[in-house]
Structures are given as structure tokens and as C-alpha cells.
Design a protein around this ligand. Structure first.
Ligand SMILES: C[S@@+](CC[C@H](N)C(=O)[O-])C[C@H]1O[C@@H](n2cnc3c(N)ncnc32)[C@H](O)[C@@H]1O
Length: 388
């Protein structure tokens, strides 16, 4: 059951007793406004308990549209038949300011920002301080990944989306090197998107665009992209299925979804092998404590199959002290050391001793990387599948 106009759709999900608003409710004519009023009124009649109004994918709401919502809420509150829960998103700028005032209209009206505490590590991952760590990872991965992307089907002229694009380096490298027709990068972190947009402007990259957005409620149309990437990100969410569903939705039939997963079981080094194993076991466990799955590389094949994608391709990206620059490798480990011991350590309230043990383990790894005969390897898993 749904209604739609030129630029909006309003649909009802009976499982959650939820009305989903999508698109733009701007410059809507009176007949449409009346239809929306009637639609909400009918649902109100039919339902019991709680009714949810979900605005996470509504880009604009005109004052006339807001009036309809306000009138509906006032009537609902007077009738006291239902509780009404309004749901907004942190990344749709008008929502929090406007919707947060509506519970004051009467009893039984609530408001929540869906993606405020969306995953446990949100505060630290979406902080500008995380950007140097991402950049060091990309410096090491890109020389290996460029060819892998081509093997997985990324080629000139395609429409590409990089969801959870971080500070945009990979999307910009793809835009310049692999010449897609267009690449859009979406991320939930404002500092990351500002950073990416600044770089795109500085390097005059015209086929890339960066948008603040929520990967669980993408403002991108169904089946629009030939190639969708989501790199090193599924691992940070406690409910990755919400994102995977959206990634598959925006993919065209015949298009490919490409994921990169981390796998701490695959990090090795010698000498100091035991210290290296111990530190990544500990970091993996602390990661779990903060809601991350730093072992999800080995699960990607299953994940892609679970999404019913076919023609699956899988590659290991082995960054090591033979094929990569030791200094950059060491720089990345320093970023990890800081993030793990200081940032995650602070979040988890680790003791000084526990932080010191972690730092000691990373220091042993650094000694291995910097030892002229030392060997170490960081492996991530790249896997893609085709939408049938
Ligand atoms: C570990 S980083 C990976 C970034 C980038 N793909 C890379 O490989 O460098 C995870 C990214 O996911 C973003 N993110 C977290 N929640 C998101 C959401 N709901 N929608 C879009 N991006 C999100 C974070 O802001 C962060 O930039």
C-alpha cells in the first residue's frame, strides 16, 4: 500500500507498522497533500499500539507538507488511540531541528534519530582523527587493489558507488585511474565527506561526487549502479545486513557488489611472531568488545552467497614487507597502535597496564617490519558477486 507523486513515495511496511517517506515533499500540489492526509488518517484508524513515521529517506519537506504532519500528529494525540514514533536521520540536515520539536505537540508522540548511536564505535570511526589511518591503509592497498578491481569488473564508463567511502581516497583514485563514467562516494562522517570533497576539488576530479549519507537508508535509486564498493566497513557494524540490503538494492542486474573484509587471523610476521599473534588476538578481542568483527574477511564468500549474488570472485590482498614500502607499512602500524591502545582503550576504559601490553605488541610488530631481514604480511579479503 503506497502513494506517490512526482518526486516522493510514501509506503507502508506492515511488519513494523511503519510509514516510509522517500524523496522530496517540496512543491507538492493540494490534491497530493489531501491524499497524504487521507492516507495517514486511514492508517491511524486501522492500527493499534504504535505507528512509526520514518523520514530517514526524505530529502525535503515543504512547510505545507510539515503542516499536514503537524495536523495529523495533533489529531492523533487528541484521539490518544496510538503512540506515534517519528524516526529521523542524523545526515538529513533538516530533520533533527524540525522533528525534535514535534513531540511537544501532544501526548504519545516520540522522536528518535535512528543513526545517532547506530554502532558502538561510531564516535571514534567518524572522527577526523581516523582519517590518517585510512589514508595509510589506502597507500598500501591501492597498488595491489587497482588490478584486483579490474579483475572484478570495474572498467571505464561504469556508474560506480563507493558506500562508506571514508575520506574518499579510493573513490578518487578510481575516478582518475579507472575512468568510470561517474563515481559517487557516500559516508556518514561529515569530516570524511568534507575531506573527500576538498580533495576532489583540489585535483579537479569531475567524475566524482561525495555525499553525506547513511548506508542503511541510501538516497540513491534502485538498480542505478554497475559496480558498488563497500571497503573495510561491514566489519564495524553490529547489524551489517541493514547495509548489505541497500548495497544490493542500488546495484543493476548484472552489476557487481565488491566488499573488502579485514581478517586479523591473517596478519603474521617474523621475528617476534608470538608477540605479533598475541597483539592481534588481543586487538581482535577488544574490537569485538566495541562491536567490530575484525575477522569478517573469511565470511565474505558466505555473505555474498547469502545476498543471492552469483559468479563470485575472491582475492587476497597481501600487503607485505617484500611488495610494499616498509616505512609506509610501519606508519600504518603506528596508526593502528594509537587507535587500538589509545582510542579503543579509552572507549573500553582499559587499564594503563592493558594499554601498555597492546602498545608493546605493536612495538614488536614495528621492530619486525623495520628489521632488515624481518618479514610481515597484512592480508585483507576482496570479494565480489554479480546481481542476477
Ligand atoms: C573503516 S572506515 C572505511 C572507509 C573506507 N571505505 C576505506 O576503506 O578507507 C568505515 C567508514 O564507514 C563510515 N560509516 C559508518 N557508518 C556509516 C553509515 N551508516 N553510512 C555510511 N557510512 C558509514 C564511517 O564514517 C567510516 O568512514
Amino acid at each position: 500500500m503506497s502513494i506517490s507523486g512526482e518526486r516522493y513515495t510514501i509506503s507502508y511496511d506492515p511488519l513494523d507498522q511503519q510509514v516510509n517517506f522517500e524523496g522530496s515533499l517540496r512543491a507538492v500540489n493540494q490534491a497530493d497533500l489531501d491524499a497524504i492526509r487521507e492516507y495517514l488518517g486511514e492508517l491511524h484508524q486501522r492500527l493499534e499500539g504504535t505507528m512509526r513515521l520514518n523520514f530517514r529517506k526524505l530529502r525535503y519537506l515543504s512547510s505545507a507538507g510539515l503542516r499536514i504532519i503537524i495536523d495529523f500528529l495533533k489529531e492523533a494525540s487528541r484521539a490518544r488511540k496510538l503512540d506515534i514514533q517519528l524516526i529521523g536521520s542524523k545526515v538529513v540536515t533538516w530533520e533533527e531541528k524540525t522533528l525534535s520539536n514535534l513531540p511537544a505537540l501532544g501526548e504519545g508522540i516520540g522522536f528518535q534519530v535512528f543513526d545517532r548511536n547506530f554502532y558502538e564505535s561510531q564516535g571514534i570511526i567518524e572522527d577526523a582523527q581516523f582519517i590518517p589511518l585510512l589514508r595509510n591503509q589506502t597507500r598500501l592497498l591501492w597498488p595491489l587493489e587497482r588490478e584486483v578491481l579490474v579483475r572484478h569488473g570495474l572498467r571505464e564508463g561504469l556508474r560506480v558507488a563507493d558506500i562508506c567511502c571514508g575520506c574518499g581516497d579510493v573513490a578518487l583514485l578510481i575516478a582518475r585511474d579507472l575512468k568510470p563514467g561517474f563515481i559517487v562516494g557516500v559516508d556518514h562522517s561529515l569530516p570524511a565527506i568534507e575531506y573527500a570533497s576538498r580533495l576532489a576539488k583540489e585535483f579537479k576530479v569531475r567524475n566524482a561526487d561525495f555525499r553525506l549519507g547513511d548506508a542503511t537508508a541510501l538516497m540513491l535509486e534502485d538498480e542505478r549502479f554497475d559496480f558498488v564498493l563497500c571497503r573495510l566497513s561491514i566489519q564495524i557494524f553490529s547489524r551489517p545486513e541493514l547495509i548489505l540490503k541497500e548495497l544490493a538494492r542500488i546495484l543493476k542486474p548484472g552489476g557487481r557488489l565488491y566488499l573488502i573484509g579485514e581478517d586479523y587471523d591473517l596478519i603474521v610476521g617474523y621475528p617476534n611472531d608470538e608477540d605479533i599473534r598475541a597483539v592481534y588476538d588481543a586487538a581482535g578481542k577488544y574490537g569485538r568488545d566495541i562491536g567490530m568483527d575484525l575477522y569478517n574477511g573469511k565470511k565474505l564468500y558466505s555473505i555474498l552467497n547469502g545476498l543471492r549474488l552469483g559468479n563470485i570472485r575472491l582475492d587476497y590482498l597481501n600487503v607485505d614487507t617484500v611488495n610494499s614500502d616498509r616505512q609506509i607499512f610501519a606508519e600504518m602500524i603506528r596508526s593502528w597502535r594509537h587507535f587500538s591502545a589509545q582510542t579503543i582503550g579509552r572507549e573500553l576504559g582499559l587499564s594503563g597496564e592493558a594499554k601498555g601490553r597492546l602498545e608493546g605488541g605493536y612495538d614488536a610488530h614495528l621492530r619486525t617490519i623495520q628489521h632488515p631481514f624481518g618479514y610481515s604480511k597484512w592480508t585483507v579479503v576482496a570479494a565480489s558477486g554479480e546481481k542476477r
